[in-house]
Design a protein around this ligand. Structure first.
Ligand code: TXA
Ligand code: MG
Length: 317
């Protein structure tokens, strides 16, 4: 059996498969099967209040999983799919409430990974897939990350290599037909606004329990190692003299003491590249028994905003 036919077989039998996407690995199940969806919540230890994203392989499938879809949603889908944009629309009856955590809306996206698009095109159903990590842990951008996070609960992993974009999709919902951002991600706010021709709002969840987009809850994306976010690395380092420090910074910093392990996210300061390296670097430093990981705040532009969003959550207690 090829890898693909094994994945198809497992999914047809209501089992889970970890799938590659351009953002992060997903823990996938038949979006129309409650039995399969329940396994996702159990495996991830995910709160039942946190809805899943439905993955599709063609634009016409959007009408199968959603309804009353605003024109502007099609406009964005046509430009950015396949790609790291999730659209939250009214859900069609076919999608079980278990997939949407009881909500009348559903998050939908077409991932940009050839293996997963091929997989989806050979199935009779779309796939629900949250990131393939245990709840509140760092998202996985490689098959090894999936194995390490889910341990003996890890399902069959369809190996599509390292994720190219390395940070989750940007989530856009619609408020009276107007696009609003629920979660910053691999598609920058600026790129969406350039297509729309107007600026869009960010909608913040008011509390950790509010189910607007629970991916936005504070305690998320956390490494096990104490994690500090700073705008001034040199000042922060003074607090950890002689300690084992992992330093995650945008560009290289010279003249550091030998107790500091430095990881540069992009030597040229490219924020897209930095975003793609973020989780892999956090996984790598988290495995090194360090006393602390110090992360440098990124410039608040382009994907810098999405990176800072993840860093703030990782640093929150
Ligand atoms: O890039 C991604 O989006 C990855 C890959 C696998 O596609 N998936 C991902 O899934 O990040 P997850 O479950 O880790 O995050 C999904 C986020 C959650 O914060 C959830 O609350 C939000 O999407 N979401 C899903 N359906 C929603 C809905 N109907 N309304 C508001 N937020 C929703
Ligand atoms: Mg996640």
């Amino acid at each position: 059996m090829t890898d693909l036919s094994k994945a198809i077989h497992l999914l047809n039998e209501d089992n889970l498969v970890a799938i590659p996407t351009e953002t992060v690995y997903g823990l996938a199940a038949n979006a129309f099967s409650e039995k399969a969806i329940a396994k996702i919540y159990e495996t991830k230890n995910r709160p039942a209040t946190n809805p899943l994203i439905v993955h599709i392989a063609s634009l016409k499938e959007l009408d199968r999983v959603g309804k009353n879809i605003p024109d502007v949603a099609y406009e964005l889908a046509k430009v950015f799919w396949p790609g790291p944009l999730t659209l939250v629309v009214e859900k069609a009856d076919l999608v079980p409430l278990l997939a949407t955590a009881g909500k009348s809306t559903v998050g939908v996206r077409m991932p940009n990974h050839s293996l997963t698009l091929e997989l989806l095109s050979q199935l009779n159903f779309p796939l629900v897939a949250p990131s393939a990590n245990r709840s509140n842990h760092i998202s996985p951008t490689s098959p090894d990350h999936v194995k390490n996070s889910l341990g003996d609960k890890a399902p069959y992993i369809l190996d599509g290599g390292n994720c190219q974009r390395g940070i989750e999709s940007t989530i856009v919902g619609f408020d009276l037909g107007m696009p609003v951002i629920y979660r910053l991600g691999a598609l920058s706010k600026e790129s969406i606004e350039a297509v729309l021709g107007y600026s869009i709002k960010m909608v913040e969840a008011k509390s950790d329990t509010e189910v607007l987009a629970p991916g936005m809850s504070k305690k998320h994306y956390s490494p096990k190692t104490p994690f500090v976010l700073t705008e001034s690395i040199q000042d922060e380092l003074k607090n950890y003299l002689g300690k084992k420090v992992g330093l995650m910074c945008l560009k290289e910093i010279e003249g550091l003491a030998p107790n500091v392990i430095q990881k540069v996210l992009s030597p040229t300061g490219n924020l897209d590249l930095a975003a793609s390296q973020l989780y892999a670097t956090m996984h790598e430093l988290d495995a090194q028994q360090l006393d602390v990981i110090i992360a440098e705040k990124m410039p608040e532009e382009g994907l810098g905003k999405a990176i800072n969003d993840r860093l703030v959550r990782a640093a929150s207690q």
